[in-house]
Design a protein around this ligand. Structure first.
Ligand SMILES: CC(=O)SCCNC(=O)CCNC(=O)[C@H](O)C(C)(C)COP(=O)(O)OP(=O)(O)OC[C@H]1O[C@@H](n2cnc3c(N)ncnc32)[C@H](O)[C@@H]1OP(=O)(O)O
Ligand SMILES: O=CC(=O)O
Length: 610
């Protein structure tokens, strides 16, 4: 259900963004088109109309009707593309295919059917837009007493003829849109196929070719339906000056009195306009739709107070996961697994993952071997080479940014190969990487940036969620002898934490290997939480409760924060006294952090319980 909702939101937003781009790229020439269609004798041609409008009405004249055009295009494309997804699914169901594998004709039929729904939005909004665009001609030719605002147009229509008058021209809109969108989507898919190099995907043709395919889609649409559009514009604009004849009568009237040429008046600016406008529409749509990150940034990262490693080859431990009340578990292929057990760990995880993840209320991730080990590619292929694949990936020992780029790129190739072409990846893989060496620590900023950039590429399948401090390997790399206070690790912990927070990522603290020492674990966990870490790695179920309790503010602190925020709202002062302390904005922000963490953890608990 959540995936369907995400899909709906993504398509809706992508269609809206496409519609906005389309208006700004094409509005001036759309104004010229409407003027030429409705007043073919006033201007000698496209250029004359463009020049005269610019001279007499300025740039604003060319962008007149932008607001209704935006409303019109944004709502039309949002509805059109959401309906398109549904129609494609319906056709795929009937033809027993994947919706990503429909032929050009089937895509065209889906487009045509979707336009039934988008017309309901197009008709009233376009009616107002057309009248606004031709307002000065209506006024100077005496068809209107004085120019009107969009609101005035709507009000006068409803007053004179009732609400249904907003749907004046709906039949001609359907007559135009249904064949129009058939040719539109046929032209788009046909051109994209034509421009796709052998062995490549339609989705990978790049911005320029996508824009060209979008423009050609528009060309096909307009050449096919231009006379219908002329009649529709006439009915909508002229009915402002009284009742207008229906579609058939208006068509015959124009053909008889003004000649067939009048039915193509305004075609040139329309064809010129269609390339930037529909090019912008499809580029924006395709790239927004595929950037699932766009939607994912609204969905919060899972809470990971405790992150428990479970050796992947140890079936007994793996099958315990559903009974554990832990935020996150990670099935390990790396340090928890001996070299001669690596193959076994990988194949056992691949075999058991789905079942364990289904039965567990916690997040279930996997840890592969380090990029430098020579084992990582094999791990990724086995673990992510089939659907469903894990939702979270821990990557150890990132020593420089090329390694994280390599991981993200390899992962994307494997995932896109595992799903059918054009199918939307079923879930985004949340990547958490580990810093475990001096080089890794020094280059961490570049690694975070490289990871984020690589994940944001088109058809992104992953996102960087957090960074883990791998303290044991770090000690080995630096020749550190650990103390129970871990003062020797303070610099690394602070640097990792600060860098992670600078990029809005989770920061997960070091492991406490003396798993029977609960007091020591509690002390170090509280310290980590106070430093700002969002969670801690653990290795044994006994550690879960202690760590999870430490990474949530205690009840006194929450009470303090809530009361402070209330007092702040009431005082409305920059600095004030609360419980004997001076309070200003930084303390307020800290109180907000505390309340946010508390709320977030409670929300997650509720979700897990459902
Ligand atoms: C620095 C790093 O990289 S850390 C990450 C790599 N290290 C790891 O992954 C190690 C993970 N932890 C472990 O393997 C184990 O906890 C060990 C080896 C430390 C101790 O294991 P055991 O000797 O089995 O501990 P113990 O007997 O106390 O276990 C109690 C129960 O908890 C289970 N258990 C122990 N650790 C885990 C675990 N990590 N995950 C799930 N269940 C576990 C045991 O199977 C046992 O259950 P059972 O009695 O039903 O079999
Ligand atoms: O991977 C963890 C570590 O501490 O090293």
């Amino acid at each position: 259900m959540a995936e369907i909702f995400k899909e709906f939101i993504t398509t809706f937003l992508a269609g809206s963004a496409g519609g906005t781009a389309c208006v700004y790229a094409g509005q001036p020439l759309d104004t010229v088109k409407v003027k030429l269609q409705t007043f073919p004798n006033v201007y000698s041609g496209t250029f004359d109309c463009f020049k005269t409008t610019l001279k007499t009405e300025g740039l604003r004249g060319l962008y007149k009707g932008s607001v209704p055009a935006l409303v019109c295009n944004v709502s039309e494309n949002a509805v059109l593309f959401v309906a398109l997804g549904c129609m494609k699914n319906m056709i795929a169901y009937i033809t027993n295919k994947q919706s990503s594998n429909l032929s050009n004709i089937e895509n065209a039929c889906a487009g045509s059917l979707s336009s039934i729904f988008s017309s309901l939005v197009v008709c009233p909004t376009e009616l107002v837009k057309c009248r606004m665009q031709a307002m000065s001609e209506l006024y100077t030719t005496g068809k209107l007493e004085k120019p009107m605002s969009p609101y005035g147009v709507v009000r006068s229509m409803i007053k004179a003829e009732g609400v249904l008058s907003l749907f004046n021209g709906l039949t001609s809109t359907w007559v135009r849109e249904m064949p129009g969108y058939f040719f539109f989507f046929y032209g788009y898919e046909f051109t994209r196929n034509l421009l796709t190099a052998k062995g490549k995907e339609k989705d990978d043709i790049g911005v320029v070719k996508t824009a060209f395919a979008g423009g050609t889609a528009g060309l096909c649409l307009w050449v096919a339906i231009f006379p219908i559009d002329v009649i529709k514009s006439r009915i909508q604009v002229m009915s402002v000056a009284g009742k207008q004849e229906g579609f058939r009568k208006t068509l015959f009237h124009v053909a008889r009195h003004e000649g067939i040429r009048a039915l193509y008046s305004g075609l040139l600016p329309t064809v010129i306009r269609t390339y930037p406008a529909n090019g912008a529409l499809f580029v924006t749509y395709e790239y927004t739709k595929d950037t699932k990150q766009f939607v994912n940034q609204f969905s919060r990262r899972p809470v990971r107070r405790a992150l428990l490693y479970v050796p992947g080859h140890d079936v007994r431990k793996v099958t315990k996961i559903p009974s554990l009340q832990v935020d996150c578990t990670v099935l390990d292929c790396e340090d928890g697994v001996a070299l001669d057990k690596k193959d076994e760990a990988r194949s056992k995880i691949a075999e058991m993952y789905d079942d364990i993840a289904q039965k567990s209320s916690c997040e279930v991730g996997v840890r592969i071997n380090a990029p430098s080990s020579g084992l990582a590619k094999n791990d990724l292929e086995v673990l992510f080479g089939k659907v469903p694949y894990p939702s979270c990936l821990v990557v150890p020992k990132i020593d420089d940014h090329h390694e994280i780029t390599w991981i993200c790129d390899t992962l994307r190739d494997i995932v896109l190969n595992a799903i059918l072409p054009k199918q939307v990846p079923p879930n985004v893989i949340r990547i958490i990487f580990q810093i475990e060496s001096a080089r890794g620590l020094l280059g961490m900023k570049e690694s975070v940036e490289a990871g984020i950039a690589s994940c944001a590429k088109i058809r992104c399948t992953s996102q960087i969620d957090g960074v883990i401090f791998g303290s044991d390997d770090f000690c080995a790399d630096l020749g550190i002898s650990r103390t129970s206070e871990a003062i020797e690790l303070m610099y690394a912990r602070q640097k990792i934490l600060t860098t992670a927070k600078a990029y809005g990522l989770q920061a997960i603290d070091m492991v406490y290997i003396d798993y029977k020492d609960t007091d020591g674990l509690r002390r170090q966990s509280i310290e980590g939480f106070k430093m700002g870490f969002t969670g801690k790695q653990i290795i044994h179920p006994h550690q879960i409760q202690t760590v999870q309790d430490a990474f949530i503010p205690d009840s006194q602190k929450i009470e303090w924060a809530l009361e402070l925020l209330k007092a702040y709202d009431e005082s409305r002062k920059g600095a004030f006294t609360f419980q004997g302390q001076m309070i200003d904005l930084p303390t307020i922000l800290q109180a907000r952090n505390i309340v946010n963490i508390y709320k977030h953890i409670n929300e997650q608990k509720k979700t897990n319980a459902e």
